[in-house]
Design a protein around this ligand. Structure first.
Ligand SMILES: Cc1cc2nc3c(=O)[nH]c(=O)nc-3n(C[C@H](O)[C@H](O)[C@H](O)COP(=O)(O)O)c2cc1C
Length: 228
């Protein structure tokens, strides 16, 4: 088989997938942790990051930075550090939360076991201009969500994770990340092996109050169906 041609064809297929409706995308974009071996096309990646960068931030300071790990030498070293951190993170969570064998546990195990082969890993960073503040994440997480939604629109899938924190100091040293920059999230991206949605979320009447704390809103119901 001509591997280069095959990859090129798969790239074209990914690029030609049509964008999903915005509201349907919001309703069905879930964490994707199973990826095919297909690459993320650089044009798609540029577009995904462009949309991520359109996110709002306090005073429009745009402190978010995207450190993209693909297949350069430092990226490979970083992915190897991250792979170990993800395996430890999942091991600890599986023990602590008492996960039994299940589809979810299997897919998590596969995710961490194959971490190094994930095509694109993005460290979403916060370039601080003042002392760390409890609300500072509000200027970077909207960009993360934009990124995940834009990836979805381009036919990719991703997961936002925090297990990079286990090797934060090693990553800082390896990748030259200054001390004033926070490592807010680690997003993995690839072509989904499964499909998106539907997501499992609480019904609206559990999360919306009207007028007073915990006062029910009689204009919402307990349905979890996507509104028409
Ligand atoms: C702040 C935050 C931290 C998360 N950390 C991790 C993580 O460390 N590892 C992981 O596999 N998923 C992580 N996730 C993904 C969540 O587990 C996932 O969004 C949630 O279980 C709902 O599943 P869904 O996105 O598939 O609907 C994180 C998500 C958020 C928003």
């Amino acid at each position: 088989m001509d591997v280069t041609r095959d990859k090129a064809l798969r790239c074209i297929c990914v690029k030609s997938r049509s964008a999903v409706d915005l509201l349907h995308g919001l309703a069905t974009t879930r964490s994707i942790r199973r990826y095919t071996d297909d690459p993320v096309d650089p044009d798609d990646l540029r577009s995904i990051l462009w949309y991520a960068g359109r996110a709002p931030s306090g005073s429009n300071r745009q402190p978010f930075r995207f450190l993209v790990l693909r297949d350069g030498p430092d990226a490979r070293r970083a992915k190897s550090l991250l792979g170990d951190a993800f395996r430890s993170g999942w091991n600890a969570k599986r023990e602590a939360d008492g996960y039994r064998p299940s589809r979810f546990a299997d897919s998590m195990q596969r995710y961490v076991d194959r971490f190094e082969s994930i095509p694109v890993v993005i460290l979403v960073c916060l370039d601080r201009y003042r002392e760390p503040d409890p609300t500072e994440g509000a200027s970077v997480y909207p960009a993360c969500q934009n990124l995940l939604l834009a990836a979805r629109a381009h036919g990719y899938g991703g997961a936002m994770t925090m297990w990079h924190l286990g090797v934060e100091s090693e990553l800082r040293e390896l990748l030259g990340i200054p001390s004033n920059v926070g490592l807010s999230a680690c997003i993995t991206l690839g072509v989904p092996e499964g499909s998106h949605g539907p997501v499992r979320r609480k019904p609206l009447d559990e999360i919306v109050f009207d007028d007073r704390w915990e006062a029910p809103a009689d204009w919402v119901d307990g349905s979890t169906e996507e509104p028409q």
